[in-house]
Design a protein. Structure first.
Length: 458
């Protein structure tokens, strides 16, 4: 009982230590205070790219008696450019990108078609400058102008500002000619990616977000590096059963979008691509009306990624970046810093990582403790505590019971001690009354006196 007074409280303390360690290990970083839209923006931004698809046409003017036209051509460097810009999304760590076919159409057209489009542009420039009728300028320029060469270009600009040559791996057709999808390839590794979802699972009024580089967001009032920052607009799915004139399915959405958004990913609340923005609704009185935009379903996009041999695989960059964001949003700045630095080592040109490294360093003093980093110590301490509890309980109960059992066993086999010898009576029962009493003493004394008298007489 005295042992229990010491060992039982000690066991309770050790049990408390074990329970506390499990509670601490169970604490996970929580980003519940961060809106889902903000999370999606940070997750997707590094993988959304700007795409320039164009062809450069060189010109030669053969009328030396018209210096004014020659002067304008000189200002144009004897070139006109056909094409435009759009958006796209990286879907594999080794550089496969999905976008619209019409975004890179100018680099896919036949040379003759490119020359015709470029000549039309040149005529328009001259007609506007001289304020002349288009047809008159067309006939004049056709007489004295010829193209000298065509250069087809596809540039992919990452959010970091890095620019790559894009190689078309599969190509559908522009809007109203077929499926408006193209798959490009750039050289790279450990690139940020977005996951392709399943457009068969979408429903009307599902929340969606459109990401890309809308021309309306470009401005001379912004810094040059602002052109590298993608925009994200929220909305819902408005209709899922519409088709183009050629019968290709399209998804109608109400998120705002404009020129430059083409080919940009439409993502769901899981951060998965469910479509690519392809075209807008008709203008009304010559004005764009927002809220009526259409995207190619991602399951159509997958047809072209399969043709291109592209695998929609996430990279270690994605994994580390998301883990870092969860730690950062949860207040574990020191642990987040380790993840962000790992991302920087793996993919130094990540567009967002420098910002988060700086912010994590500045907030490191307020960082929470991530107890799961100490799980090995907790396991050792918990295992030791459990072993001590077992030993203490054995010491308190099992050893004591064993001692009692041994004592009982020894008692059961012990030879009982011999009773002390009964002292012999010095006075016999002389009167034969079966008891020793005064009469026997008197008779014994008398007998003794007789023996003594005989001895004296003899």
């Amino acid at each position: 009982m005295k042992r229990a007074l010491f060992t039982i409280p000690l066991c309770l303390i050790l049990i408390g230590m074990i329970v506390t360690s499990f509670v601490l290990l169970g604490i996970k970083p929580s980003s519940s205070n961060i809106p889902q839209a903000q999370k999606l923006a940070e997750y997707s931004k590094p993988a959304v790219v700007r795409i320039l698809g164009y062809s450069v046409v060189g010109w030669q003017f053969n009328n030396p008696y018209d210096p004014e036209v020659e002067s304008i051509l000189s200002q144009l460097n004897y070139q006109t450019v056909v094409g435009g810009s759009g958006s796209g999304a990286i879907i594999s760590s080794d550089g496969y990108i999905v976008t619209n076919a019409h975004v890179v159409e100018a680099a896919q057209m036949e040379d003759e078609d490119i020359a015709i489009a470029a000549f039309d542009q040149l005529v328009t420039i001259m007609a506007d400058y001289f304020r002349l009728d288009y047809d008159t300028v067309y006939d004049y320029m056709l007489t004295y102008t010829q193209y000298t060469g065509i250069q087809k270009v596809i540039k992919v600009i990452l959010p970091s500002g890095d620019t790559f040559e894009g190689d078309v791996k599969s190509y559908g057709a522009p809007v109203n000619e077929g499926k408006d999808v193209a798959v490009l390839k750039i050289e790279g590794k450990n690139l940020p990616t977005l996951k392709l979802g399943n457009s068969d699972n979408i429903q009307n009024q599902d929340n969606i977000w459109v990401s890309g580089y809308p021309a309306a967001a470009d401005s001379n009032l912004l810094s040059p590096d602002s052109s590298l920052v993608s925009s994200m607009n929220a909305g819902q799915i408005s209709a899922i059963d519409k088709k183009t004139e050629q019968g290709s399915p399209v998804i109608q959405i109400n998120a705002a979008a404009t020129h430059g958004n083409s080919g940009g990913p439409v993502i769901n609340d899981k951060g998965e691509i469910i479509g690519l923005l392809t075209f807008r609704g008709d203008t009304v009185n010559g004005q764009e009306v927002q809220g009526f935009n259409f995207s190619v379903p991602v399951n159509i996009v997958k047809e072209f990624t399969n043709q291109a041999g592209a695998k929609n695989t996430a990279s270690n960059t994605d994994k580390l970046y998301k883990e870092g964001l969860e730690l950062y949003w949860g207040g574990y700045y020191e642990n987040a810093l380790e993840k962000f630095e790992a991302v920087q080592r793996l993919y130094p040109n990540h567009s967002e990582i420098k910002k988060f490294i700086i912010n994590s360093e500045q907030r490191a003093g307020d960082s929470k403790t991530l107890w799961s980093d100490y799980k090995t110590i907790f396991y050792v301490v918990g295992g030791t505590a459990a072993l001590l509890i077992i030993l203490l309980l054995l010491y308190t109960f099992a050893f004591k019971a064993k001692k009692r059992a041994v004592t009982a066993a020894l008692a059961a086999h012990q030879v009982p001690p011999a009773p002390p010898p009964t002292p012999q009576n010095t006075i016999p029962d002389l009167n034969n009354d079966w008891k020793i009493d005064v009469q026997d003493i008197i008779l014994a004394l008398q007998e003794q006196q007789k023996k003594q008298q005989k001895k004296d007489d003899g």
